[in-house]
Design a protein around this ligand. Structure first.
Ligand code: PLP
Length: 366
């Protein structure tokens, strides 16, 4: 089976983990600091605050930006659950702005309609590895005095107008979950430029503890452990190479599938680079099989294809229960056509040829 995702771990990570185990420092040691400095430097931000997950990073960043009870935060309906749950953890309300049907990112032109006197922040999600159209988004945020917290959990290394995603707005958040473009196991990071915000994020991450056993705010235990951080340091060195391979695989998939009737290959929006956390195609009615039939066929042929999210986040049961569900028709409709093909760095050139040939073979079954 060609898996849809697989962490790319080598001897370097194994060695780094061994060194941590032998050092005696399993938490609060030098590796988390090293990763914070190197990753914030890579993205182009002043400070990094490592966390136990991307979800924890989002939670900390929202609180540090003053998001609290009854505030509203604008998010897209097509994203992982944590984009909404982190807002809910703060007692705030996620307000959904529908997506662009081609790039699958938040339709920036629809943000202003969603702003109310309670809106506190916009949380754009750079979905599947592709940047949101940040220039108009930042202008809207400036005009309405809103904070911008980027959910860059799927887009390590992607660029918008020559700047890395994660370097816009007040704060940005990353995940290093095992499927991501760089991994640590479970882990995440908040990036900020402001010294006071860095301090607040650090306190929120560590029990609000300013010196030993002195607690000045209600913090959490959201630390990244040293084993994870050591893996992260090695993964960061390899990240540019991983991205190159993802982009090369994606380019070949696109070249091989572009002329297949009923398949829409990824659309690259304005001014951005795509780092292909996921390679998403749309299967339209012109294709001889439905999206689900194609997924089944490819699975039988040992290709780990799968549908993307089953429904918009705005329709999840918990949001209905909380009275916060919303109707996002573009996301709902487009999701039925969307599916993921393997694109990660461990997908070989031969695998790519096999995926292209197999999809083309089906397209001839008329
Ligand atoms: C867009 C998005 N936001 C947030 C998260 C949460 O990250 P984590 O799984 O590390 O908590 C993820 C990842 O899984 C994600 O894809």
């Amino acid at each position: 089976m060609i898996p849809i995702a697989k962490p790319n771990i080598g001897k370097e990570e194994e060695q780094a983990v061994l060194e941590v185990l032998r050092s005696g420092y399993l938490v609060r040691g030098p590796k988390a600091k090293e990763l914070e400095e190197k990753f914030s430097g890579y993205v182009g931000r002043k400070f990094g605050i490592s966390t136990s997950s991307g979800t924890a990073a989002l939670h900390v960043a929202l609180i540090a930006n003053g998001v609290g009870k009854d505030d509203e935060v604008i998010i897209p309906p097509l994203t992982f659950f944590a984009t909404a749950s982190s807002v809910l953890f703060c007692g705030a309300k996620p307000v959904f702005v529908d997506i662009d049907p081609d790039t699958f990112n938040m339709e920036v032109g629809k943000i202003e309609e969603a702003i109310t006197p309670n809106t506190k922040a916009i949380m754009p999600v750079h979905l599947y590895g592709q940047p949101v159209d940040m220039k108009p988004l930042m202008e809207i945020a400036g005009k309405h005095n809103l904070k911008v917290i980027e959910d860059a959990c799927q887009s390590h290394g992607a660029e918008y107008e020559g700047k890395k995603v994660g370097s816009f707005g007040e704060a940005s958040c990353f995940s290093f979950y095992p499927t991501k473009n760089m991994v640590v196991g479970e882990g995440g990071m908040v990036l900020v430029d402001d010294q006071d915000m860095k301090m607040e994020c650090t306190l929120l991450r560590e029990h609000g503890e300013i010196t030993t056993y002195e607690h000045v705010l209600l913090g959490y235990n959201y630390r990244m452990n040293e084993i994870a951080a050591a893996i992260g340091v090695e993964q960061l060195k390899k990240l540019p190479g991983f991205i190159d391979k993802r982009q090369e695989n994606a380019k070949r998939l696109t070249e091989g599938l572009a002329d297949v009737e009923g398949i829409q290959t990824p659309v690259i929006g304005n001014n951005g680079t795509h780092v292909y956390y996921q390679y998403i195609i749309k299967v339209t009615k012109e294709f001889p099989l439905s999206r689900d039939e194609l997924v089944r066929y490819l699975t039988e042929k040992e290709i780990g294809a799968r549908p993307s999210y089953p429904k918009p986040l705005s329709e999840q049961a918990i949001l209905r229960t909380m009275g916060m569900a919303a109707d996002c028709p573009v996301a709902r409709e487009v999701l039925f056509e969307m599916m993921e093909l393997p694109v990660h760095p461990l997908v070989s050139n031969d695998d790519i040829t096999y995926i292209i040939d197999t999809v083309r073979e089906v397209s001839r079954m008329r």
